[in-house]
Design a protein around this ligand. Sequence first.
Ligand code: HAM
Length: 455
Amino acid sequence: MEAKNVKGTRDILLNETGGFRTIENILTQICGLFGYHELRTPILEHSEVFARGVGEGSDIVRKEMYTFEDKAGRSVTMRPEFTAGIIRSFIQNKMHIEAELPVKIFYHGPAFRYERPQLGRYRQFSQFGVESIGSSSLYNDAEVITMAYTMLASLALNNVTLKINCLGDKESRDNYREALKKYFEPHLDNMCPDCKERFRLNPLRILDCKVEEDKILAKDAPKIKDYLSASSLERFEKIKSALRSNNIPFVEDDQLVRGLDYYSEIVFEFAYVSKTGKDYGALGGGGHYGNLMKELGGPDLPGVGFSFGVERLFDILVDDGILEAKTSPVDIYVMPLGDEAKEYALNIANRLRVNGFATDMCFDDVKLGAMIKRALKKGASFAVIIGEDEIANNKLMVKNLKENVQEEVSSSELITYFNNLYMKSRGGCSCGRDCSVDCADCSCDNNCSGGNNNE
Ligand code: HAM
């Protein structure tokens, strides 16, 4: 039987990994601009980190965690999200003592949830996210939302809808929970089994239910905004004002409660429907959390953060033609004609690589025409053809595959030859000058067209 991947997992294929890396590089760059540093936490955590952190009332903890006993009988869980593990690490490594607050952390990697697989929803997926920990300033919240928006804009995703809502402080949420209980109690018998449990554990989660009848019922449920304390309302208004003055458009969505129990005050989510009309679900989301640190045994410090789903970002960017799923081409394809030429060709290929040219070579004894087809398939712009005569004369045949012209180049001049050809397309010498014009009187040590390379 042919081996298959586990349901809900996905191979990121050869023509996709470059796009994933591009996304991660762009987001990493923005993290640097906002003063964030990367933290890598283990995939495996003690199960209680998520039970206490994400909350026993959440669907994630109740139904979706990959939890098992290790050989010593300890319950461990493959992270369903990063935030709880990041806070666990913050506390354990005493970052509040060692570092200046807020500590600004970014992270990326795989997360695991046993969900029903569908478009944009996997059981193993990648998140890229940030947490800013240790400042209760509302401007910290506003900056984090600005950062998420900047990230999407720098990926050329401009038509996103930023939805925001305020869940209030503890007092606001306690009052709201009571109001929800009063509202849903008479309907409990007709509600789905999940909602019956949500009612018991955390009635806020009922507002997240996807069952049609429960969704209709939830529409007329009390709204959190009517239960917000004066200080939560004021905080929310000031964050909105900060977003407006930063030209960040948003819509208020009083149904937005988010699926994790640790949130308080502002929560947000980014929605996007691709040009083809496909809806992959939220691109990312996050919010402020006031109690998570204490819940995990740490000091009384708040945090705010968000995560993006990288598969969703990638699929949408490809769908909308912003990113192309392709393997990166090689520059040069080396073609030895006959067995004798192979050792020499291997040497030439390595010299080209050492000098920064992506180079591949043909190992098989096939005709020149077949080699050219292979070179074109690999996206090569040039071929270096090496036969017995070329070795004897120390001359190589360089073929421009796009223009279908060729010329002889001496082996010792090969690197200089390609340096000159590629100089313009690569933006000139690293010293900032266009060497094909300036090199003779340039004082840098690169000597690009002078032939003094790693020959
Ligand atoms: P979340 O909304 O559960 O939040 O996940 C964030 C993003 O991860 C989602 O918007 C989505 O893009 C992606 N995602 C979630 N589940 C899946 C899945 N099954 N398949 C594919 N993509 C998925 C959190 O995880 C919070 N920790 C965010 C946060 C950080 N809040 C504060 N700090």
